[in-house]
Structures are given as C-alpha cells and as structure tokens.
Design a protein around this ligand. Sequence first.
Ligand code: SF4
Length: 247
Amino acid sequence: MRLSFSRFMRYKTCPLWYYFEMTLPVEEPPSAELLLGKLIHTYFYSLLKFEEEKTPEAVWNEIESSGELMSFENMKKDFSSFDELRDYYHSLRGKIILFGSREDYIKKIENMMDNARKISHTYRHRGYRNEVWLSESYGDLEIVGIIDLLGDGEFVELKTGGKNDNHIEQLKFYSMLYYLNRYIAPKGYLVYLSTGEIEEYRFSVRELENMFEDVKKVGRKIRNNIFPARKGSHCNYCPYRGICEYR
Ligand code: SF4
C-alpha cells in the first residue's frame, strides 16, 4: 500500500472520503489554480537556472489554451447516485475550473512572479534538485513524496495558495521521509509565492518519529478496512457529498 502526504491527509480528514476515492475513483476537472501552481513552480525552477523570463500573460495563455474554461459556480453540486456523479465528471473532460475572472488570475500571476524573482536569489547556488521523489518502505507500506527542491540537509516547498496548517504537516511529513532515508532531521522551508513570506522549520527527531508512528497507524487502519465518516466543513469540497449518507 502506498501513502503519499495527500492520501495520508485525506484519510485523516475523512476516512470515508479516502475509501470513496480508492473504490469509486472519479476524475475531477483540473482547476486553474492547479495549473497555475504547476506553471509557477516551473517558473521558479527556471529562475534558479537563470533561464529565460516569461510574462504573466504568457502564463495565463498556457492555462487558457489547456482546455475550455468553466466557472466553479456553474458546476453541478448534488447527485442522486454514484453513476450520475461519474457521468457528470466524465462530461467535464477538457474543462478547466475557474474561481475568479481572467483579470484576477493575471494579477495573481504577476504578484507571484514578482515574489518568485525576489526570493529565487536566496536559493540560487545551493545545488538544489527539483521535484525529487523520496520513498521509504515499512512492511507492505510504502511512504512516498515529491520534494519541490531538495538540497543537502534542507529542502523547500513552494506554495502558490494561501497559508494552511496542513502545509506545516506536509513539511513534517517530508522531513520524516528525509530522516528515514538519511538519518538526519533536515531543515525545511515553506515559501509562499503569493505573499513572499518564507517560514523555516526543523522538526526534532521525536516529532518525526511520532509522525512515522501516525503514518503507520493510518496504514494499519486502511489495511483493516476502518473507514468511518468524519463530517466537517471539508464536506463542502468532497466530490462524494452528493452520495454520502453521513453528510
Ligand atoms: S461528504 Fe463529508 S462525511 Fe461524507 S465522505 Fe465526504 S467528507 Fe466524508
């Protein structure tokens, strides 16, 4: 069984949502935020290598040309059966979901690119490798993660959205993976490209071992088919809310 940070957090948020995702997978259309995040990550990596500059409009054009734009407001939210839900998402193939206007997105891109240019100076010449795959096996449990920028004893996670407590958990998860691979507790940086803020964390070995225990516990529960519903504000974002009897 493979557990990435997102799967681990999905289980922690609502085990039933995790179960639905594993047993009744649906392909949601990508949001403009998701594409924007990928493009801004690539832009940041290119700045570290002194590669060619881009304009915010060019980044937006890449998003616009990847599919047909559709507002989140216009998406159907309630379904009476799983088949209806799956067919609906199937019909949205090729669409990109927007949460704002074109102008909002261009402003956002401009701001993030400005911050990326300023911040990238701090991280040049550190010999980082980008998008590095780390994994560690424990019995049949494989813990995996892709680190945005990995150096010697340190790593960087780039964020293009707002702050969220999960980001610190994610940094701890990746620190745990690094520790399990190299027996060193690394320094981790959270870099917020929308605000230009940088947060630095170094978790203790005890904190990393506690997280490893927690990950193993989640692995055991999944193996034992323990999937209770955990209701909360996250239900608003769960694609299975229309078919979930506990919501
Ligand atoms: S609607 Fe809420 S309770 Fe039901 S599966 Fe989704 S997140 Fe869990």
